[in-house]
Write a new protein. Structure first.
Lengths: 425, 461
């Protein structure tokens, strides 16, 4: 039903190049994904992968400071980067006649970054990132819930225990030497995937990739980290206080990792439980009992151990314990009584529609291809997902709920209101 | 194919651009329906999906002031039960086919967006027709929607960025409908009943006033018209008389609204009365805004983020509405730099008068606005949203095709004129959500200082 023709070549230096031609619109996407994320950070340097991502926009040997954004915007393009537990990506969408501009910028910072980095740039972007932490986490309601849960469910030393944004004191500690060492270790062609999608010819893409990236030396082998599934650690439960008016409950479950056995079933399960007004949790909590303002269920696309969150915010006067109990009742009901055929089919249909919409833009399509190549060594996974989801049965969804949504794999966090964000004496 | 010898690339300069691609913007086909519903179809069929926008050119600005929130609740109530189905049955039907319905109500209009896979075209369109033409507005569902909206309003007080936006609208527009949140406020939402929603629906949800935009993998024109004709045939009514909103008055003198907030960051806004969407000066204002705050490389962001490192980002935009809409510059800064950041923002805005755009700035702005066109019409959702905007504001059919030329023609002098008219720093409002009590003197130096609460009501210092 959905088939993107992917062609690929690996350069001598190990850079994997994948081209997906799409001539519908005269635009191209240039997407570089490095297999490095927050899970590769060493102790005392949380947030470093993301801080490093910021520095990659500050110029390289042939691209002067502040020029990167200007080149792209002058060409009518868009650009960004993002950091995740397992990977960091950089991407541009450009008019198709500016493909080489994207390749020039990406190859310059992959091969010729080091000479351009300065203490001043590091200090400036450190401040920017600290403000990002303030804006997106600390000064935002419920903004610290997820990092609290990570520290509850993953043991000391586990690669997923800390958030990608990192902690302030670690951001402060990052030095220029750290930047250079990180670059040498992880920002090498053999630790990256280049995806070119859109209005280009595959041969042209490979030739240009060779021309721009071919002379960048291979690395000495990036340290790869695998995050082991966390063992049950005593059904953790905690509460934090925040300057909010309504309590919220976060229910975490370990779940199948991205692209692994059971991942699509878990995805469909999240739709059946908490995406759509007829979904089990939304209907029960928001419509029938009217105790929640909203409730969602989602699975995160992580490489090693999967993450599933159910989150619900209480209506005025509702006790968070009641909210939690009702959610767990719904989970048990699904486990004991199963799902109606129509209900599971609806979950499948919503997941499929969402998938198609995601793959519509060449930017997010490139991201999907790069992720499949990086995490699974199988870019063609993007073509398999549709059929995989379409084949999910109600029984398979319930089996996933049975296997994963259990007490042993669960952690619960309550976020409670307080005037000043701390517990009242 | 190029030869694959050892690379001999000259990396020291930017690669030469290839010949600019021919841009084929989507043209829409206009199909007539018996009940005068306007139908615009854009075929864009590389993927098996459809994006639909049903556009009603009436929105929050059409609310009675003491019943603000009517337009939003009317739109939200459409899915909460029809003559044939309960709220749960509508939800089940939409969820079963995997369709995603989104309701957006602005001051200027109401847009129902529906996205689905093309294989469920008939079911999706039938559901859309049912909810838009035969909603039940049952009192218990309306009560639930009121509660939900009130919960949102109360939760918004926990979010400094929402508090700042709400205060800015009040500080710029005062009693004009644009001064009030498009979903109404606590006092007005509480008064609403099913009768208010029914009345709004009767008056404004009329096929002769509405437009249905369909983009994606569509049936052939004849077939499409036939199917839609039968699905929408039960929806009747002439176009309602459109109310014309008065133009908002510009701000008389610079005012500072200060909201006390003890967080690690301060949310800052500077705004004023901008332009209407149809104002011919729109392209010049877009170019001017790109230079001051519309792009990453704009003056505001380069100063506050890349030079000072006080923020994750600073930006600005002009929102053209049916009448003169807001200009808004926004940032969130480390609280210790609150007053200094306000001064820097004002100085960058004033710099648009005193420091004319360089040739480089002007070229960057024009390029970013024009060369981005292909990428802004890439997905079915983007195309449907753009066409939906054209409908609400009555932009000509070939507007986007002419847009590049309009922007290319903008001169440095026109940018300066636009700055003089719309960035007059004596006629701007400043909102600070942060540690304002301790900054009282510093802020008072910048304009008429008033303390406000999280809802924008007068507060004590």
């Amino acid at each position: 039903m959905l088939e993107f023709k992917l062609v690929e070549q690996t350069l001598d230096n190990g850079l994997r190049v994948i081209v997906q031609e799409d001539h519908t619109t005269p635009v191209v996407s240039v997407h570089v994904m490095y297999h490095v994320g927050s899970k590769h950070e060493r102790p005392g340097r949380t947030g470093f992968a993301h801080l490093f991502e910021h520095l990659m926009f500050q110029g390289s040997e042939n691209v002067v400071e502040d020029a990167h954004f200007k080149y792209i915007q002058n060409a009518g393009g868009s650009l960004n980067g993002s950091t995740w537990f397992d990977r960091t990506n950089y991407f541009e969408t450009l008019p198709s006649n500016e493909l080489e501009l994207g390749l020039w910028l990406e190859s310059d910072r992959m091969g010729f970054f080091e000479s351009a980095i300065t203490q001043e740039k590091l200090d400036n972007q450190r401040n920017v990132v600290k403000n990002e932490r303030l804006q997106s986490y600390e000064n935002r309601p419920y903004g610290l819930a997820v990092e609290t849960i990570l520290s509850m469910v993953y043991p000391e030393g586990h690669p997923y225990r800390h958030p990608t944004i990192g902690f302030m004191e670690d951001l402060d500690a990052a030095s220029l030497e750290d930047v250079k060492a990180f670059f040498h270790q992880f920002y090498t062609p053999d630790n990256a995937v280049l995806v070119l999608a859109g209005d280009l010819e595959a041969d042209e893409g490979f030739d240009l990739a060779h021309e721009y990236f071919g002379d960048i030396p291979r690395g000495s082998g990036a340290l790869q980290v695998s995050a082991p599934m966390a063992p049950p650690i005593g059904r953790p439960r905690d509460r934090i206080f925040d300057r909010v008016q309504f309590p919220r409950v976060y229910i975490f479950h370990h779940s199948p990792a991205y692209g692994q056995q059971g991942f699509e079933e878990a995805d469909v399960l999240s739709y059946v439980l908490g995406q759509g007004k007829s979904s089990r949790l939304y209907h029960k909590l928001v419509y029938e009992d009217r105790i929640a303002q909203d409730v969602t269920a989602q699975v995160w696309p992580t490489e090693d151990c999967g993450i599933c969150f159910i989150v619900a915010t209480a209506r005025p006067g509702v006790d968070v314990a009641e909210l939690e109990a009702k959610i767990l009742d719904v989970l048990i009901e699904v486990q004991r009584r199963g799902l109606e055929h129509r209900e599971a089919e609806g979950g499948v249909n919503r997941a499929l529609r969402n998938l198609v919409a995601e793959l519509d833009s060449i930017g997010s399509r490139s991201d999907a291809i790069a992720t499949a190549a990086t995490f699974l060594d199988n870019p063609a996974y993007v073509n398999e997902v549709f059929a995989n989801i379409a084949a999910v049965t109600p029984e398979a969804v319930v089996a996933i709920a049975d296997e994963w949504l259990t007490e042993e794999r669960r952690a619960v966090l309550h976020v409670l209101p307080s005037e000043d964000g701390v517990e009242a004496e | 194919m190029r030869a694959r010898g050892p690379p001999t690339l000259d990396r020291s300069r930017r690669p030469v651009s290839g010949p600019a691609p021919k841009i084929q913007l989507p043209r829409f086909e206009r199909l007539p329906l018996g009940n005068e519903l306007t139908l615009l179809a854009v075929r864009h069929d590389d993927l098996p999906e459809v994006s639909v926008r049903l556009v009603i050119p009436s929105g929050a600005a059409d609310d009675h002031r003491d019943r603000a929130g009517t337009a939003l609740l009317t739109a939200r109530a459409l899915t909460e039960g029809t003559e044939e189905r309960s709220a749960h049955e509508v939800a089940q039907a939409l969820d079963f086919i995997g369709a995603r319905l989104n309701v957006e109500v602005t001051h200027d209009g109401t847009i129902l967006s529906l996205a689905f896979l093309s294989r469920v075209f008939d079911e999706a369109i039938e559901l859309l027709a049912e909810i838009v033409s035969r909603p039940a507005f049952e009192e218990s569902e309306v009560d639930r929607l009121k509660d939900k909206r009130l919960d949102e309003i109360v939760s918004g007080r926990d979010e400094p960025r929402i508090v700042a936006n709400l205060n800015l609208a009040g500080a710029i527009f005062g009693d004009h409908p644009y001064g009030l949140s498009a979903g109404g406020v606590e006092e007005t939402v509480k008064t609403l009943s099913g009768a208010d929603l029914r009345e709004f629906h009767d008056r404004y949800y009329r096929p002769a006033a509405a437009t249905l935009v369909l983009v994606g993998d569509l049936p052939g024109s004849e077939e499409l018209a036939k199917r839609l004709e039968s699905v929408f045939s039960g929806w009747n009514g002439d176009a309602a008389a459109q109310t014309t909103l008065p133009d908002p008055d510009p701000i008389a003198a610079r005012r500072i609204w200060a909201v006390d907030w003890s967080g690690p960051q301060s949310e800052l806004r500077i705004g004023g009365v901008g332009i209407a969407r149809l104002d011919p000066v729109y392209p010049a204002v877009k170019v001017m805004n790109s230079i001051v705050g519309g792009l990453f490389s704009s003056r505001l962001n380069m100063n506050l983020r890349e030079d000072k490192g006080w923020t994750y980002g600073a930006s600005s935009r002009f929102e053209g509405r049916k009448q003169r809409g807001p200009f808004r510059a926004a940032t969130a800064v480390d609280a210790q730099h609150t007053a200094a950041a306000v001064r820097e923002m004002l100085s960058e805005i004033e710099s648009m008068h005193t420091t004319p755009p360089t040739r480089e700035e002007l070229e960057l702005a024009r390029n970013a606005l024009t060369l981005s066109m292909p990428r802004l019409f890439e997905t079915v959702n983007q195309v449907a949203a753009r066409v939906g905007d054209q409908v609400i504001y009555g932009l000509p059919e070939d507007y986007w095709e002419r847009y590049s030329d309009l922007v290319r023609d903008v001169s440095a002098a026109e940018v300066h004129d636009a700055a003089v008219r719309y960035l007059d720093s004596d006629r701007l409002a400043v909102v600070v959500v942060g540690p304002v009590a301790e900054l009282k003197e510093e802020l008072a130096e910048l304009g008429d200082l008033e303390f406000r609460d999280v809802d924008g009501r007068p507060a004590s210092a």
